[in-house]
Design a protein around this ligand. Structure first.
Ligand code: SF4
Length: 375
């Protein structure tokens, strides 16, 4: 693929480029549309057409402009454009987290008693090739209906145990400011809902969406948290940094949830640069997810032992609070994945492994009488 850089550079200097609705209207969703911006050889056309029929694809002109067409393994291209690897024989399923069985209504996933994921929309600016919600976002019905949002709000209102609501989808920031405002206003009026979180990849794939108007509306609904999704340091462009800083300036704490992906971020160096660059724009690396066993993603999945090695490689090598937790999501909830730093007890001492590979003996006797119960 050879991108028409002159065309993209010309577009990037227009006022429209910074308009998120223009980016969405001009998203590239077919081989024909891509050929307006890029020269493709026959093999690439065939690959896009066959792999693209498995799961819909769409990229904003902004994301397309970030692709390095000189690198066939470009990490941004591998996340968004269909590739032949998706057609390899695989044992993945369509709904690996069995969300269907944990959904009391079409729009609510209720796994933990005090928290729900509220799926308010089923469109995204771009479609990640490894999306575990593929079953939800691939539907031809492009928006969750007003009815299913109503049902979800009524469900949350009727469950006083729910103190934490995650707005998700799809990408909730694909809705208009007015619709988001309406949902947040209703949630905020429920006395038992203590916090609301928004899961959105727009700061990464459509940073133009983070407008002054959106930020002003969101800041009315504190305490509000936002979790975003960057997988590679090359995604932290000046546009993305502007969007993240605008949210942070509004007092909205931002966390990042990455997915560990083969050939994209499965090295200590890339993961370290990603985490450090996120901290520079006030985003806390929160989770790194093991890629789900989803049909068509075998070429992107990394053995869990390798994931543990990468995360261990960060420990002691970068800012402690910049190290995310590596987790495997299961239908029962998230399972942290880590090497055991605890080795064993030896009498009054506990032996632990240090980030430098030494064994440290910590004095830590057990069985000391509780002073509050001695006479
Ligand atoms: S942004 Fe999230 S919901 Fe949308 S395609 Fe990517 S992983 Fe799936």
């Amino acid at each position: 693929m050879i991108l028409d850089r002159d065309l993209l550079d010309r577009l990037a200097t227009t006022i429209d480029w910074n308009d998120w609705r223009w980016q969405m209207r001009n998203s590239i969703r077919s081989v024909e549309a891509l050929q307006n911006y890029a020269t493709l050889d026959d093999a690439e056309v065939a690959e896009l057409e066959t792999a693209g029929s498995r799961f819909r694809w769409s990229v904003t002109p902004y994301v397309l402009s970030l692709i390095d067409d000189t690198d066939p393994r470009c990490p941004i291209r591998r996340q968004h454009l269909p590739s032949g690897g998706e057609l390899a024989p695989d044992f993945g399923s369509l709904d690996p987290l069995q969300e269907g069985t944990n959904s009391p209504t079409k729009s609510v996933v209720h796994v933990y008693e005090d928290r729900v994921a509220f799926k308010v929309v089923n469109v995204c600016p771009t479609y990640c090739r490894y999306c575990f919600r593929e079953y939800f976002v691939k539907g031809s019905d492009t928006r969750s209906s007003q009815d299913s949002i109503r049902e979800g709000l009524d469900y949350i209102a009727s469950r006083p145990a729910i103190r934490d609501v995650l707005l998700t989808g799809g990408d909730p920031l694909m809705m208009s400011d007015e619709r988001i405002d309406g949902i947040l206003t209703e949630l905020r009026a429920m006395p038992h809902v203590e916090i609301v979180r928004i899961g959105s990849r727009t700061p990464c794939t459509l940073p133009q969406r983070i407008t002054d108007g959106l930020v002003a509306m969101l800041r009315k609904h504190q305490p509000l948290w936002l979790n975003t999704h960057f997988n590679h340091p090359d995604e932290l462009t000046p546009e993305a940094s502007r969007a993240l800083n605008a949210l942070a300036d509004a007092g909205i704490p931002i966390g990042n949830q990455s997915v560990l992906l083969a050939g994209i971020n499965d090295s200590i160096d890339v993961m370290k640069r990603l985490c450090e660059q996120l901290l520079r724009v006030r985003v806390r690396p929160y989770y790194v997810y093991q890629c789900q066993t989803l049909e068509g993603t075998a070429h992107l999945r990394v053995p869990i032992e390798r994931g543990i090695e990468i995360m261990d490689g960060l420990r002691g090598n970068t800012t402690g609070f910049g190290i995310p937790t590596y987790v495997l999501d299961t239908p029962d909830g998230k399972v942290p994945l880590s090497a055991s730093w605890f080795v064993r007890r030896d009498g009054d001492e506990v032996l632990v492994r240090t980030p430098r590979g030494r064994i440290w003996r910590e004095h830590n006797p057990v069985g000391r009488p509780d002073p509050t119960t001695t006479t």
